[in-house]
Every structure is written in C-alpha cells, then in structure tokens.
Design a protein around this ligand. Structure first.
Ligand code: HEM
Length: 428
C-alpha cells in the first residue's frame, strides 16, 4: 500500500500492517466479500485482493451479482472487443426480472446497452456532436473554474476537495457545453448516484426504484431544455445532437433525454470527481509524485493515464451476455451467462504492467482499460483527460504539499465505482 508510507494517521498505519500480513494469503472473509460484490465497495485497498484472486484464475464465477468476473488484462481487453458479448441480452435479463415499466426498459435506447449496427450509428451521432467542442477554449474555461474554486479557500486551511472542486468542475463544464443554466443543476447532481447505480453490477428492488425516480427527475429537468433547443438551436452540444447530419438519425425526445442525461451528464459528473479525488488522495500520500510533477510539468499527461490505471473510478465494466458458450483462459462460459471485466484488477495484471502496484509517473506505454478500449470505448475520454490535466496543473502551481485529514474524509461505498464522497485536504 505505497500510498500510505510515511503517513502519520494511525488508521492508515493499521491498514498498512494488515495489508502486509494479508498479502500472503486471502482469508475466507476476503473471498466471501468478493463473492458478495467483486468490486469490494469502499475498501481502502482492494488491489492486493484482486491480485491474489488473479493469481488463482483470470476468470471467476461470482455468486452475488450472478456473473463471471474477468480479472486478467488480455482476457478483459479481448472481451471488450468481442461482438459475441451482447449488452442487450444482459439488459433483457434485468427487464425480465424487474418488469417492463422500470428504468431498464428505458435503457434499451441507451448507448452502453446497444449492440451492432444500431450501436455504431448512435455512437457516430454522439461523436460528431462531441467533436464540435472547442477543446482549447474549454481548457481555458477549466483553468478559470479551478482558479475560482481554489481562490475561495483561505491559504493553508482545510477544505473538502470534493465539494469545493471535484464536483464543481465537471458540473460547470457540462452546463457550459450544454448551455444549461448552472443554478438548475443541483437536482441532477443529487440524483446522479441513483441513476448510475441502476447500471451497476448488483441490482435490487431498491436500486431499480431509485433509478426510476432519478429518471423522472431527469425527465422533468431535461425535456423542457430539449424542446427549447428544438425551437431555437444554439451553438452547444445539445443543439448539435438535434441535428440530423447524415440523414440517418432522427432522435426522439426520449432518445435525446437518454443521451443527455446518461451519456453526457451522468457519464461526466459522476466519474470525473471520483478520478480527481482518487488522484488527490494519492498525491497526499505520495508527496514525491507531486514533487516530480512540479519539477517536470510535461509529465502531467502521462500522470493522468497512470492515475486512471492505478485507481480507476469505474472498477468494473458490464461486458454483456453470451448467446453461445465461449472459452476464456480455459474456463467454459455457458450460453446465457453475463460477464464483467474487473478493470481494477486488470490494470494491475503483472502480465501487462511492470511493477503494477507502483505508481510510475511517466509510465509509457500505459494500456490501462479504464476507458474500456473496444466496442464501447468511452466517448468522453478527451474531456475527462482535459479536466484532470487542468486540475493537476493548478495543484502543481499552488502547492508544494497536499495533506489529507482521513478522519474527515469518506470513501464512496457504491457498487462498481471508487472514489471519495468527502476528502478534507489542505494545500501547503
Ligand atoms: C474519468 C472519467 C470517465 C471514466 C473513468 C469513464 C469510463 C467509461 C467506461 C469504463 C465506459 C464503458 C462503459 C460500458 O462499456 O458500459 C464509458 C463509456 C462511455 N462514456 Fe465515459 N468515462 C469518463 C468520463 C466520461 C465523460 C466526461 C463523458 C461525456 C461527456 C463520457 C461519456 C461516455 C459515453 C457516451 C460512453 C458510452 C460509450 C458506448 O457505450 O459506446 N464519459 N466511460
């Protein structure tokens, strides 16, 4: 657990000690926790457990969510590109289980749940709307937002980085790009966790109900905006999504609602803050990383990739279900089974990365899987990278050292996502 070395917090010391004892052998409890939920939500350091399980086998059955978990890098990457893995079939199982009127039925029109030609067409449409974004202007906008957020903090004082900075940046970027008044967005931010969890690994009546409610809030929030832009298009992403560029896509309000709320808003305002908070936590525990970036700011780009590899916000990706039996690393997966790639484990696979448990600022190449390279590769990866680079530049400029108060920080405990709900830090 290199992130804690040299840290004075007794809790952290205990974690190091227990982690050092346990790295040699998994206990029955560790295995049970993995069986309940393979992402070990809220665990301070799931990676050594993933490592030990990966040594057992790169693909394992997991009882809790009732699916096959792929921990190996090459196996996960191959599946992300495999057209035999069908997202729609996985979703159909949820529709069957929870009934027709739930969020899962609506997700049929959502890009991550589409397959084949239909998925391709929709991806192209969204990509062309995103490609109109002026990244240079956006970079300037990010720097301004970050400066305003950090100027609001008195020098050397403790503040919650999630609240002050990590949540604000992607929210303001989204509102800028969509042309949405900033003050309208609080409700969406409140709901995003519920929306995103309705596409987690484990679904219960409660996650489905929260997802339904989030969808209703999104509908109330975005439908008037969509109608307004239809009547009066502007120069924003939402207006570009309405344009039928190649004469192939005529999107209904319902489809647009899903693209905007799921593929744009939820995709960015949930994941980017997690990446920022994980990175800040690491910088606080490994001051030499911040020091190296201060000496060599040109390494910021590599560092962003390493943050994504080392502690990814999305620990797992739903790969879909298979119609025919397939073989993965000698394991037969039966027809109808669902699969998930445990990215957090694959990103530390020693067969793909040297010194996988060490944060190497200038690691290159860095074939991490955090943006799901393959058929469903993240469409917002340029935006996420741009926002994270701007954050790192600001931290390098403003502080020699970042300290974290663990007693006033909380990890998010939420299915397949990893990061902080609260991260109390000070810049020195
Ligand atoms: C650190 C930030 C981010 C991370 C770690 C991340 C990660 C991912 C991952 C793992 C997937 C694959 C999901 C799946 O296969 O079901 C994905 C898909 C997607 N992401 Fe991101 N994402 C981030 C930010 C963003 C942003 C800022 C946007 C847009 C503004 C975005 C838009 C999308 C879209 C539209 C897809 C669906 C692609 C498809 O299914 O074809 N993401 N992202």
């Amino acid at each position: 657990m290199p992130g804690c070395l040299g840290f004075k917090d007794p809790l952290c010391f205990c974690l190091i000690a227990s982690s050092m004892v346990m790295t040699t052998q998994l206990t029955g409890k560790d295995r049970q926790a993995f069986q309940r939920d393979p992402c070990l939500p809220g665990h301070p350091d799931p990676y050594w457990i993933y490592g030990a399980l990966l040594r057992d086998s790169p693909v394992q059955w997991c009882e809790g969510p009732g699916l096959w978990v792929v921990l190996g890098h090459s196996e996960s990457e191959a599946l992300m590109r495999d057209p035999r893995c069908l997202r729609q079939d996985h979703l159909d199982k949820l529709i069957q289980r929870f009934g027709d009127e739930r969020i899962f039925r609506r997700q049929q029109g959502d890009i991550p749940y589409m397959d084949g030609e239909r998925h391709n067409r929709m991806r192209q449409h969204v990509m062309s709307a995103f490609s109109g974004i002026d990244l240079v202007a956006l970079d300037r906008f990010c720097t301004q937002v970050i400066n305003t957020c950090l100027d609001s903090v008195s020098p050397g004082s403790w503040f919650d980085l999630v609240n002050v900075l990590a949540n604000s940046l992607p929210l303001l970027v989204s509102s800028e790009l969509m042309g949405v008044p900033q003050e309208l967005q609080g409700e969406v931010l409140d709901q995003v966790g519920h929306f995103v969890r309705a596409r987690g690994l484990i679904q219960t009546e409660e996650t489905a109900k929260d997802g339904d409610e989030a969808m209703n809030v999104y509908r109330r929030f975005f439908t008037p905006l969509i109608e307004k832009r239809r009547a009066q298009p502007g120069d924003d992403v939402l207006s570009r999504l309405l344009v039928d560029r190649k004469g192939k896509e005529t999107l209904s309000n319902e489809q647009l609602l899903l693209i905007v709320s799921s593929n744009f808003y939820s995709a960015s305002i949930y994941t980017v803050p997690l990446l920022i908070s994980n990175a800040a936590h690491l910088l606080a525990h490994q001051p030499e990383v911040l020091e190296q970036l201060r000496r060599e700011p040109a390494l910021v780009e590599h560092a962003v990739e390493e943050f994504l590899r080392y502690d990814p916000p999305a620990q797992a990706i739903n790969i879909g279900a298979v119609r025919e039996p397939i073989e993965i690393a000698g394991q037969m997966i039966p027809a109808g089974a669902s699969l998930t790639a445990l990215v957090g484990a694959a990103n530390r696979d020693p067969r793909a990365f040297d010194a996988p448990d060490t944060f190497v600022v200038n690691r290159h190449p860095n074939p991490h899987l955090s943006f799901a390279p393959g058929l469903h590769q993240c469409l917002g990866l340029h935006l996420a990278r741009l926002e994270m680079r701007a954050i790192l530049r600001a931290l390098i400029e403003r502080c020699h050292r970042l300290e974290v108060d663990e007693s006033r920080s909380n990890r998010l405990v939420a299915d397949r996502f990893r990061g902080f709900e609260q991260l109390t830090v000070r810049m020195l």
